[in-house]
Design a protein around this ligand. Sequence first.
Ligand SMILES: [Fe+2]
Length: 354
Amino acid sequence: MKEVDGTKTLNPEIKDAAISYVKKLFSKSDNTELTRALKKESFKRIYMKMVLDPDEFQPKPRPADIEPWHGKKPSGPRDFLKSKVILPSLPQVLLQIQQVLNNPDSSADDLADVISKDPKLVAAILRLANSALFSFRTEVDTPSRAVALLGFKQAGSLAMGTVSLSLFKRSKSSSILQVEKFWKHSIACGVIAQELAKIANLGDSERYFVGGMLHDIGLYVIFESNKGLALELMELAKEHDESLYGAEHELLGFNHAILGGVIIKDWNFPHSLVVAAAGHHNPEKAKNDPDAGVVHIADFICRAIGYDLGISHILGHIEPAAWDIIGISGDEFIEKMPEIQSIIDNIFEILNPQ
Ligand SMILES: [Fe+2]
C-alpha cells in the first residue's frame, strides 16, 4: 500500500471520504499511541478499499423478504433463548473432547484418540501446531505428538476452538450477517487475544485463542435467529451513531455478550470462556479474570484493522481498566502488529471456511 503513504498520489475526493469514514469509525475511541497507530493503518486500508471496491461503501437497500421484528422485549437472555432461536448444535467430537477434558482420569492418549477420529480436526490441529502461533522446533506430525508438545489442556482448548468454528455456518435463508466476515472476525480476535496473553505472560495462551473465537456467539445467534430484529438493531445503532451494543440494550434489555455467556455456560464450556464472552464489552466488571479484558482489547484491535462484522461504523473504545487487568500497555502491542498480522493471515489459511 505504498502509494497511500505519499499523499501526492491520492485522489482528493476519495481521500476526503476515507478521512471522514475513519474519523467516524474512531469517533468514540481514546487518543492513545495505539489508537493513533491503528487509525493511520485504518486510513490506508479504507482508502485502498474505497478505490478497489467502492460498492462496499454504498448504502444497502433494506432486504425485502425479511419480516419485521415483533418488538416485544424479552425478560432476559434465557427468555430470548426460549423463543424461536437458531442455536448451533454441538458436534459429537466437541462433546467427546469436553468429556475427556472434564474427566480427571483422562490421559493425553485419550485426547489424542478423540482428535484422531476426526480427519478434518487432525489436519487443522497439526497445521496449527506447526504454524507461527507456536514455535516448536520439531515438526508436529501426529495428534499424540501435538498433545505431548502443546500439553493436555492446551491441546484440548485448541481442538475445542477449531471445532467451535464449524458452528458458525451460513444459514439457508438470506443472512444479514456475512458469515465470512464473522469467521474472520472470530479468528483474528482469537489470534490477537492469544498474542496479547503471550505479551502479558498470562500463561495458557490457547484458552484466549478460543475465548476470542467464541466471544461473539451471542451476536451470531441474535442475527441468525431473528433477521427483523437484526435489521432494527443495525438501523437504531446507525440512527443514534452508537455501537450495536447500545442498540441491543435499548431493544432487548441485554446485550449479545451476556447472551453469549449464557449459551457457553449452558454448553458446559470452561468458566474462562464464559467470562471471555460475557465480559468482552464490560471487562471492568470481571476484574479478577483477565479473559474478558484480553478479548475486549483483541475485539477492538481486530475491528480496527479491518476484521469487523460489517454491521457497525463506530468502533467504541478500549476500557482503560482492561489494560490494568492484564498488566501491559497498548504501546507494547504496537511493535508486534506486523508479526501478528502475518499470523492472522496464516491462521485464516489453516482454518479456511468451507
Ligand atoms: Fe461483541
